[in-house]
Design a protein around this ligand. Structure first.
Ligand SMILES: [Zn+2]
Length: 240
């Protein structure tokens, strides 16, 4: 990894987003807007088609205590709002979408746990059953480190590795210091997609990732990716 050398990161050329069949696979509603919304806006305006797969759904989308929290009316409302935000983002990108409705791994979960391995298998199977990885040129998904370490993001990244064994390119979201490539986005276009999710925060319904230390690097002019240097690099991911 080229830690600390992010200024030398390669900029992705525009034609790599033109007239392509783009598949996005993310863990939760809002990940698509936050990690690659600017790239998707560029791809759409360059004639690409977009399909967005979310591994969870309105019942499982939130954190570790979701079963108990869902019992409260406010939490149920918040999730519904979050899903309606997702539908608006899909609509604005003219994107098809699929919700896999799988469970959400708690933040404390590690990839050594049985639940992680089980979910990875289930997710791979679900991706194959929905045939979403067929007839695709470009796949955008979570990084092998889950950006800021979220186990559900890591699990999605690995399930995509398992489900994509063809010739499609896989670009993985990355922190800027680990990125190999960046896309120069239209920041206003991107943030207007992110703003669709302002209703998800409590108690103040103003979600502002530019003030969240974990998320701020995805609110500027760039989106950050790790691209494989060869097919082998993404078929055989190192175990951490
Ligand atoms: Zn997420």
């Amino acid at each position: 990894m080229r830690t600390g050398e992010w200024m030398s990161v390669e900029t992705v050329e525009g034609h790599r987003l033109t007239n392509r069949r783009v598949l996005v696979v993310v863990a939760h509603y809002d990940d698509e807007a936050l990690f690659c919304g600017g790239t998707l806006a560029l791809a759409r305006s360059a004639g690409s088609s977009i399909t967005i797969v979310v591994a969870t759904d309105v019942r499982s989308t939130s954190g570790p205590r979701y079963e108990r929290r869902l019992a409260t009316k406010a939490e149920g409302n918040r999730r519904s709002l979050r899903r309606s935000s997702f539908l608006r983002v899909c609509d604005r990108l003219d994107a098809d979408f699929v919700e896999l409705g799988l469970p959400n791994l708690p933040q404390r979960m590690t990839r050594q746990s049985a639940a992680f391995t089980q979910l990875r298998r289930t997710m791979t199977r679900a991706l194959l059953e929905h045939r979403v990885t067929e007839d695709v040129d470009l796949v955008l998904t979570h990084g092998t480190r889950g950006e800021y370490g979220h186990p559900q993001h890591i699990c999605v990244s690995e399930a995509v590795t398992d489900a994509c064994a063809n010739d499609e390119e896989v670009w993985r979201f990355s922190k800027h210091e680990e990125a190999t490539h960046r896309v120069v986005v239209n920041q206003a276009d991107k943030m207007s997609l992110v703003r669709e999710y302002q209703n998800q925060a409590r108690p103040d319904p103003t979600w502002r990732p530019e003030y969240d230390a974990r998320l701020v690097e995805w609110t500027g002019h760039y989106e950050w990716f790790e691209l494989p240097t060869s097919q082998l690099d993404f078929l055989v991911q190192p175990v951490e």
